[in-house]
Unconditional design. Structure first.
Length: 53
């Protein structure tokens, strides 16, 4: 069986794809965290107290 030898073009393409995918995942995680900021009632109560003050 012949060993796989990636060409520089394929390596560059994979690096770009990997960077793009990582950027998309980071954006999705940031958006998710903004939508679901407070996980439990204690954190929510503290936040409501702080905003009321």
């Amino acid at each position: 069986m012949k060993a796989y030898q990636p060409t520089p073009a394929i390596t560059k393409l994979l690096a770009r794809f990997d960077a793009e995918l990582m950027e998309l995942l980071k954006d999705e995680l940031k958006n998710y965290n903004e939508r679901n900021r407070f996980k439990n009632n204690k954190q929510l109560a503290v936040q409501q107290t702080l905003t009321a003050a």
